[in-house]
Design a protein around this ligand. Structure first.
Ligand code: G16
Length: 547
């Protein structure tokens, strides 16, 4: 390893901006793009060490700030199984990003020592970035340390976050999971999707299902991916992409905007009852919606998508007669009505974790088939290898009934449409379409499953968001003293009221969630809790006004 060169480039081109409080947050580091170059340079160094730690397994580096505003950027590390970086290494990442320039080399040596890394082991880094302009120079920063650390880089340029996760898994499974190219990604998902609609028993005329979807691509990288699927799924699914890059990234569009504002994005097609989907800036979140003839907005967020998937899987598992443990993982943001529906109507167990795909993913791995979704539209399903094997064997077992075989064939195809590495807006869209097709549902029928409790999400700006500490899967806050008591007292005035607050791990704000039995209560309680946060946690700017 050429320590002198690493040190020299660091000091000359990527000096530490002295950002003492930066940390590896919900999805890596995120901040204004001009502040992050040294963090990217350092994370590339750390990824190489991580790859050497695994004796050359591919490690992913994604340069994206996802749903954040265009001027932000960020970086996250993807582990060899396509999962988010292990918690223990997140801590190292935070320390490593903060260390002064003069101690950088010593810190690298310390990590090597403590993690018992062979400096001469091979290393492979897979890099991707979203469409942010700042991503061009940032990916250069990520490539810089490669030659001084005897590593190999595969730079895929502008790709979606889920594509990066997919590529990492493909490389590390020696392509058992799929071909390790972007073409391989499209081919795998498209052919599985087409196959699911050409299974013999399923070719019956559809009376309600409409094979057309309008995709709000948030003016981000997902637009390219959606266009590519449009090309490949010709005749099977008509994809009409809007907010396809002509406008500002994530500005009044995309999954986060649609979910938080509970309103359609800019440029929404004006016809009522169109089946629409919104994805976010790096295409790892999905929500569906439609606007009816009275101009009323109807949202299908992560909870509704999760329920569609869980109910479909449950039907297939029951029809197959196999014993497969199915479960759902949600966070505190899940609408109470969705949790009730899954536990009471579907009778499927629900587990809760903190916000962050990494937490949900790990919990979902404890089920044979674990579906996980955040209400904001992040999610997927993961299936244990031995269960996949059992399902595939079952399909070719001559002793099973045709009904059982049919169910398992459907399930087997469905598995191939899932991007198990991480929540993937476009893979999830194909899952939703597959289910709606199988059930012959239009979007209004899907809506009738259950009704959400009225809810709202607000953002409150405070001097230091780290003042808020939480416990119990983020449903209670332990600091600042008195805030939780105040929230409890406010909530107790509203029948079926629920509220929690937590610091965002991706934006410099506090998130406030409220749920009540009617919208008037929601609006009032939301303002009251926001005001409490402002008062107890050092709010910045004008105080929220309680109606
Ligand atoms: C990231 C994470 C998600 C999380 C979201 C918001 O999403 O991957 O798990 O829900 O941030 O997190 P927070 O509430 O902490 O700001 P994305 O789409 O921004 O990468």
């Amino acid at each position: 390893m050429d320590y002198a060169a690493i040190d020299q480039i660091s000091r000359a081109d990527y000096p530490n901006n002295n950002l003492k409080d930066i940390q590896y947050g919900t999805a890596g580091f995120r901040m204004r793009a001009e502040l992050i170059p040294h963090v990217v340079y350092r994370m590339a160094i750390l990824s190489i060490l991580r790859s050497k730690f695994f004796n050359g397994a591919a490690i992913g580096l994604m340069i994206t700030a996802s749903h954040n505003e265009e001027p932000d950027n960020g970086i996250k590390i993807v582990d060899p199984a396509g999962e988010m970086l292990e918690a223990d290494w997140e801590k190292i990442a935070t320390e490593f990003a903060r260390v002064p320039d003069s101690e950088l080399i010593e810190k690298i040596k310390e990590i090597i020592r403590e993690k018992n890394i062979d400096e001469n082991a091979p290393a492979l880094i897979v890099i991707g970035r979203d469409t942010r302009e700042s991503g061009v120079s940032l990916s250069q920063a990520a490539i810089k340390p490669i030659e001084f650390m005897k590593a190999v880089v595969k730079d895929f340029g502008v790709i979606t976050t889920p594509q990066l996760h997919y590529l990492v898994v493909c490389i590390n499974t020696k392509e058992l999971y799929g071909v390790a190219t972007i073409e391989g990604y499209f081919d795998k998902l498209s052919s599985a999707f087409k196959k699911s609609q050409t299974v013999e028993d399923k070719i019956v005329k559809k009376l309600n299902y409409k094979n057309e979807v309008y995709v709000d691509a948030a003016n981000g990288v997902g637009a390219f991916a959606a266009e590519k699927f449009k090309e490949q799924l010709n005749n099977f699914l008509n994809i009409n992409v809007f907010n396809n890059g002509d406008g500002k990234l994530n500005y009044k569009c995309g999954a986060d905007f649609v979910k938080i504002h509970q309103a359609p994005p800019l440029n929404n097609p004006s016809k009522p009852y169109l089946k629409c989907a919104s994805i976010d800036g790096d295409a790892d979140r999905l929500v569906y919606y439609y606007v009816d003839e009275k101009n009323e907005f109807n949202l299908f967020d992560g909870d509704k998508i999760a329920i569609l998937i869980v109910s479909y899987l449950k039907e297939l598992i029951e029809a197959s007669g196999l014993s497969i443990k199915l479960g759902l993982v949600q966070t505190a943001y899940a609408n109470g009505a969705s949790t009730n529906y899954v536990t009471e109507i579907l009778k499927v167990p629900v587990a809760f974790t903190k916000t962050g795909v990494k937490h949900l993913h790990h919990r979902a791995q404890q089920f044979d088939i674990g579906v996980y979704f955040e209400a904001n539209g992040h999610g997927t399903a993961i299936i244990k290898d031995e269960i996949v094997k059992m399902i595939r064997e079952f399909v070719s077992d001559k002793n099973v009934s045709s009904q059982q075989r049919c169910a398992m064939t459907e399930l087997s195809n469905f598995i191939d449409i899932i991007n198990q590495a991480v929540g993937d807006a476009l893979s999830d869209m194909l899952l939703v379409e597959t289910i709606l097709y199988a059930k012959d549902w239009d979007i209004v029928t899907w809506k009738q499953c259950y009704s959400d409790f009225p809810n709202k999400q607000l953002k409150v700006k405070v001097v230091d968001r780290n003042i808020i500490k939480t416990t119990d899967a983020e449903r209670k806050c332990t600091s600042p003293i008195g805030l939780q008591d105040k929230i409890d007292q406010l909530v107790s005035q509203y029948p079926k009221g629920r509220s929690f607050v937590r610091p965002s791990g991706t934006e410099d704000i506090i998130r406030v969630y409220i749920e009540c039995q009617n919208q008037m209560d929601v609006d009032k309680l939301a303002a009251q809790v926001a005001l409490a946060v402002h008062e107890y946690a050092g709010g910045v700017g004008e105080k929220p006004i309680v109606p």
